[in-house]
Design a protein around this ligand. Structure first.
Ligand SMILES: C[S@@+](CC[C@H](N)C(=O)[O-])C[C@H]1O[C@@H](n2cnc3c(N)ncnc32)[C@H](O)[C@@H]1O
Length: 308
């Protein structure tokens, strides 16, 4: 292909989801380079893209030195998406200024330094984009993990959600965590110093229940009447349920006006429900993304500050 308008990086195993999302938006993938989907048209927001290259250009590679110089002439910070020609790509990378990609210590903020991305398409041809949507190398958000505190690994996707949004619950704020068992998300909220009302039909880990600010109601999240609940700063949901059922629940909370901010996991069993995803995306102020810690699911977020 002569021109690339945008390149979208799919997470492993979610290439077909990205392809379908782009197809629905009128974008055709001209070719795949590993998990990077190249299209001729300008970039669009894509939930199934971990990282979107928004200004890709082909650069001919003479020698290792000239390749590195060409990138350095554009800007300082570059990250490699390595698929083919690994040895040659590593030599070019070594000739570039080092980019620190240390795991984050949550709630540390995402890096703010400008980062581009490049890859070797052929030994003599690179694709490079000075701009991309994720400040992380290949959209992968790495954290210094806590192997003792949280009772499940689900806390990582909540950490990633808050990190990507650049905002999280603050001390004094009230959160409702729907589908909270065994308590990874509730643990995150309590550690941030916010109040957490955890709702699940199943009991939570006793260590989490004992944390300051945590209260529990053992019942179904679908039985709640939002109008009768207190105002919450954050409505969080990691409930296992059909996406359409979650959409109904979120809409009921919005109609009641009882939550300022939302962060919910839309989980898919079997095929991805692209129609319901589109309905979530149509909510004013909605953000939809498949985070690097998400499984077959996407995160829906809606922040008070984004509401038009
Ligand atoms: C993936 S787990 C949540 C993990 C949790 N976020 C964590 O960090 O440990 C999904 C939870 O949804 C709960 N769930 C399913 N249906 C529910 C309902 N109607 N109301 C409340 N919780 C429900 C399940 O009991 C299960 O604990």
């Amino acid at each position: 292909m002569n021109e690339v308008g945008a390149a979208y990086l799919a997470d492993t195993g979610f290439e077909a989801d990205l392809e379908e999302e782009l197809r629905r938006a009128g974008r055709r993938i001209a070719r795949w380079h590993g998990q990077l989907a190249l299209t001729a048209e300008p970039p669009i927001p894509a939930a199934w893209s971990l990282d979107t290259w928004t200004a890709p250009q082909f650069i001919e590679v003479g020698s290792i030195k000239t390749a590195a110089s060409a990138l350095r002439a554009i800007q300082r910070n570059w990250s490699l998406y390595g698929v083919l020609h690994h040895r040659r790509a590593a030599l070019i990378q070594d000739a570039l200024p080092p980019v620190k990609a240390k795991p984050l210590v949550f709630p540390e903020r995402a890096p703010t330094s400008h980062l581009g991305a490049w890859t070797l398409i052929e030994p003599g041809l690179m694709l490079a984009s000075a701009t991309k949507t994720s400040p992380f190398v290949n959209g992968q958000v790495a954290f210094v993990e806590d192997k003792e505190g949280p009772p499940s690994r689900a806390y990582l996707k909540l950490w990633e959600g808050f990190t990507r949004l650049g905002v999280h619950p603050e001390p004094g704020q009230v959160c409702m965590d729907l589908g909270a068992c065994p308590g990874g998300w509730t643990w995150v909220i309590a550690k941030l110093g916010a109040q957490c009302l955890a709702i699940d039909k199943a009991p939570l880990d006793p260590g989490v229940v004992a944390m300051p600010g945590v209260s529990v109601r053992q019942e179904s999240a679908f039985g709640l009447e939002p109008a009768k609940e207190q105002m919450v700063d954050w409505l969080l949901s990691d409930i296992i349920c059909y996406p359409a059922r979650l959409l109904g629940l979120v809409k009921r909370w919005m109609e009641a006006g009882k939550a300022r901010n939302y962060l919910c996991t839309i989980k898919f069993q079997g095929a991805t429900d692209h129609d319901v995803m589109a309905e979530f995306a149509a909510i004013p102020g909605a953000r939809l993304f498949h985070a690097s810690h998400n499984k077959h699911e996407v995160t829906f977020a809606r922040l008070e500050r984004d509401i038009p």
